[in-house]
Design a protein around this ligand. Structure first.
Ligand code: ZN
Length: 409
């Protein structure tokens, strides 16, 4: 049957959007495409047929047979494509490689002091990725996505006055990274990337969730109706500088006083234990004491968890999420999680907590990397259709450089 879709700019744009959604993993079936684009079954079918004709995607049947037709999966024919992802913490770097076949093919973590500044960090990123890629010469690296432990504007893709990243203020991070790596780079706040990763790791089954990263600092991200929320100026989720009772007069890294971070973060708990002359030099030490029920550590962890839970209850009342997911290093301390949970129940309306799920992360330490994989795929050049009639005028060239940077064309 001949296609009734003409190759107008409008349908080319629809094809490009459909392809972008298949590339980043948001869409894996015709039904997904209908939902995401709000189009009819016949329009979705026409779009898929056009993309199949161009040779950039394929439709494979590999689902379980339920007696009827097996579900068909849409995927990009790009077997050698790969994306680089990395999460920068205050004292560590976690990075991985994502491919068309595997969300995370290789993951490694190493120590890195972010206060050493951008140049040392970029070098560490490049060297670690080069090592990960050493025995994967066949891969074509399309783009990279990096999560940062500071406020990243989704509008400008830049850091904004990062209190916990001394030496980084005013750094044109995306430009410099693209220059260092020779591929398109996208940056995102670490907690927001992890919120997206948690949503994906739970098979996108909880479309309204709050994710809290409770580690040395505290960050959060909101998924609403299946979308990561960035807010009016692109910095949504920064719960750490909410003023809370009990923190009055405490100096915060943001320059103000009384923020949640000064009482509920791993750094705050560590300071409290140091004041009690306990030997704690890192959040790891705090966790080791707390999980062995050292009395002062247990008390501090419970109080901090309660303050986080109380702050979260305002969000629970206002947003009515289906789940609050707790990630970050402190999610491994049962007493902290229990205190967060009980404070949310104590301070929220019963109608908002009746069906509320409060759990620790399922994505674990890879939450941000999983979210970044989707973000990297979004920022990569789309594969160029073989049929030139469907090629969007704005489609970027698929020129790819490996981050070794030796052979830019
Ligand atoms: Zn603050």
């Amino acid at each position: 049957m001949p296609s009734d879709v003409t190759h107008s700019p409008k349908t080319s744009e629809a094809s490009r959007r459909a392809l972008a959604l298949i590339v980043d993993g948001t869409v894996s079936s015709r039904a997904d495409l209908r939902t995401q684009l709000g189009i009819s079954a016949s329009t979705a079918s026409s779009l898929v047929r056009r993309l199949l004709d161009t040779g950039v995607i394929e439709e494979v049947v590999d689902g379980p047979s339920t007696g009827g037709r097996r579900p068909a999966r849409l995927q990009v024919i790009q077997n050698d494509a790969a994306w680089l992802v990395a999460e920068l913490g205050g004292g560590h770097l976690r990075l991985g490689v994502s491919t068309a076949q595997s969300t995370l093919l290789r993951v490694r973590e190493c120590r890195l002091d972010i206060a050493d500044g951008p140049a040392a960090t970029f070098t560490a990123l490049r060297e670690n990725w080069e090592q990960l890629l050493e025995d994967l010469p066949e891969l074509q690296i399309l783009s990279a996505a990096i999560a940062l432990p500071g406020p990243v504007s989704a509008q400008t893709n830049e850091l904004i006055a990062p209190a916990r990243m001394p030496g980084w203020h005013g750094v044109r991070i995306v430009d410099e990274l693209q220059e260092a790596l020779n591929i398109p780079v996208h940056v995102e706040n670490d907690a927001r990337a992890a919120a997206l990763g948690e949503f994906i790791a739970r098979q996108e089954s909880i479309p309204d969730l709050i994710y809290v990263k409770a580690g040395t600092g505290i960050g959060a991200g909101l998924i609403s109706r299946g979308q990561l929320i960035h807010g009016g100026s692109g910095v949504a989720g920064d719960i750490t500088h909410v003023p809370v009772p009990g923190a009055e007069g405490r100096q915060c890294s943001c320059g103000r006083t009384g923020c949640l971070e000064t009482v509920a973060s791993g750094a705050a708990i560590r300071r409290e234990l140091v004041d009690q002359e306990l030997e704690v030099s890192s959040i790891r030490d705090v966790i080791d004491l707390a999980v062995t029920f050292q009395p002062a550590a247990t008390t501090a962890v419970r109080r901090s968890g309660k303050q986080l839970g109380t702050a979260l209850s305002s969000l629970v009342n206002f947003l009515n999420p289906s789940a609050v997911i707790i990630g970050g290093a402190l999610s491994g301390v049962d007493a902290y999680v229990a205190a967060v949970r009980s404070a949310i129940y104590d301070s929220s309306l019963a109608m908002t907590t009746q069906h509320l799920l409060i759990e620790t992360t399922t994505a674990g330490s890879d939450a941000a990397l999983i979210g970044l994989t989707r973000i990297a795929r979004r920022s990569a050049p789309l594969p160029v259709p073989h049929d030139s009639a469907t090629r969007s005028a704005s489609a970027p060239p698929s020129t790819i450089h490996r981050p070794a940077g030796g052979t830019p064309t």
